[in-house]
Design a protein around this ligand. Structure first.
Ligand SMILES: Cc1ncc(COP(=O)(O)O)c(C=O)c1O
Length: 455
């Protein structure tokens, strides 16, 4: 199949023919929201309803066509309805939908392929149908590996919305996911390095990784019961705003974990499977986690996720009886296998690196050009623009974030920032032409907001 399969459906985007959200979108949203509660803030802020997607183009129910800068929610990374992946799922939907834990021809192939692209001896796998379930299983597996009970995780990371997942997370805008003080005991939280807003800085103001590591060591020794099973964190804080750690962070954290026989559990549900230009985001730093979770891009829209541990810990998956009803069903395996094959066949990692370099250059130019752009974040196609009221005080500019979000959406950009960090996760198939088009819409919106606020 041609790598250009998505180009035809992208012709003419953005194409905005009505006020947006249009009349039909508003009607449909209201009627859905009558029953469906707990919608995300992005949907409430811009209640558009989508009817179709193909490649990097989305069409709403009023006939408006958008450029996709979110991949669903970091999910449809190889483009909406990639023909090879849709055909693979349809094939198994017509042949065998569920065979419980029994092996199937497609499961055999999918597992071999997945293990093949993972680093080191990460090869003991269990499959699930959402990221949260994979994280939960990882927590249980860690306990089974070392018979320890406690966990350390990082403020503002996100791991899902089950009880263990919310116990690992505390988000920026209040404690929404754990809803008050319901985090489970034995789950501790620490700050993680954010180079733009360091908790620990060297005298020259740059981030001090060693100080974070020393703090963790002291915390392990004095702040816990002394029974820490795993350090659980995202490789990059994804939902929290595309915040990357300094390059020396993970190698040093791994050494600390090894010193204290603590497992390093890295949640790659959002950042993994090519989004940053490597199969795993951790590959950038040459660190192989003991436990890793994958999701979102793994099935390009079909719900398939994975929890993988190093070979030496495979027994833990037996101990916890890791399987589930839907994990590893034939359609899921077909989606995962086809997605990995597409990344290889279409040279997606190379595209992410080269167009990613373009994204980075453009974002850095925005940083210089705009008084409210305080920081930009970019690795491959995992991007962020942090809006501040003042570059000196770095006060977050929440109102501007919401306005830029809506303005760019009205121009034809389907995306999902919220808050003062504009997050972007475009499909990994995108070329420079469309990458530039999306950034233009964002930059114009930022300029309009600056004007409205008198900058
Ligand atoms: C890093 C990370 N882990 C876990 C999850 C939970 O995945 P799911 O929503 O598929 O349960 C998410 C979802 O955004 C995530 O970003």
């Amino acid at each position: 199949m041609s790598k250009e399969w998505w180009k035809k459906s992208a012709e003419g985007i953005p194409e905005i023919k009505t006020d947006t959200p249009g009349v039909e979108s508003r009607r449909m949203h209201e009627s859905t929201a009558r029953y469906m509660k707990g919608l995300s803030s992005q949907v409430k802020l811009f209640p558009v309803c989508f009817a179709e997607g193909s490649g990097i183009a989305l069409t709403d129910v009023d006939g408006n066509r958008y450029l996709d800068f979110s991949s669903g929610i970091y999910v449809t990374s190889l483009g909406h309805c990639h023909p090879k992946i849709s055909e693979a799922v349809a094939h198994w939907a017509g042949r065998l939908m569920n065979a419980h834990d029994f092996s199937t021809p497609i499961k055999e192939k999918a597992l071999e392929k997945l293990v093949d692209v993972l680093p080191g001896d990460l090869n003991a796998v269990q499959l699930y149908s959402d990221g949260t379930a994979a994280v939960e299983a990882g927590i249980r597996a860690a306990r089974a590996v070392n018979n320890r009970q406690e966990f350390i995780s990082c403020f503002r990371d996100f791991h899902g919305k089950s009880m263990a997942a919310v116990s690992l997370a505390k988000m920026t805008r209040g404690d929404v996911y754990s809803y008050g003080a319901t985090r489970a005991p034995g789950f501790y939280m620490v700050p993680r390095p954010n180079p733009y807003r360091p908790d620990f800085a060297k005298p020259d103001g740059t981030i001090d990784t060693d100080a974070y590591i020393s703090f963790y060591e002291q915390f392990i020794q004095e702040g816990t019961v002394g029974n820490v099973s795993a350090f659980v964190l995202e490789p990059v804080q994804g939902w929290g705003g595309s915040i990357f750690p300094p390059d020396d962070f993970f190698p040093k954290l791994k050494s600390l974990c090894d010193k204290h026989s603590i497992l390093l559990f890295v949640d790659e549900v959002l950042a993994g499977m090519g989004r940053t230009g490597e199969w795993l985001c951790m590959d950038h730093w040459g660190v192989v986690p003991d436990i890793v979770t994958l999701g979102k891009s793994l099935g390009n829209g079909f719900p398939v996720t994975a929890m993988v541990v190093k070979e030496e810990y495979a027994d833990a998956l037996e101990k916890i009886s890791a399987s589930s009803s839907y994990g590893g069903n034939p359609m899921a395996c077909a989606a995962a296998l086809a997605s990995i094959e597409v990344i290889e066949e279409e040279d997606i990692l190379e595209n992410v690196r080269s167009v990613g370099a373009y994204f980075k250059r453009r974002l850095e130019a925005m940083l210089d050009a705009h008084p409210i752009v305080g920081d930009v974040k970019a690795k491959g196609f995992l991007l962020g623009v942090e809006l501040v009221k003042d570059k000196g005080t770095k006060e977050p500019f929440e109102e501007a974030g919401k306005l830029v979000y809506r303005k760019a959406f009205r121009k034809g950009l389907a995306w999902i920032p919220a808050g003062h960090i504009l997050r972007m996760s475009p499909p990994l198939i995108m070329d420079e032409h469309y990458a530039g088009m999306g950034l233009d819409m964002i930059e114009e919106s930022i300029a309009e907001v600056e004007k409205e606020f008198g900058y």
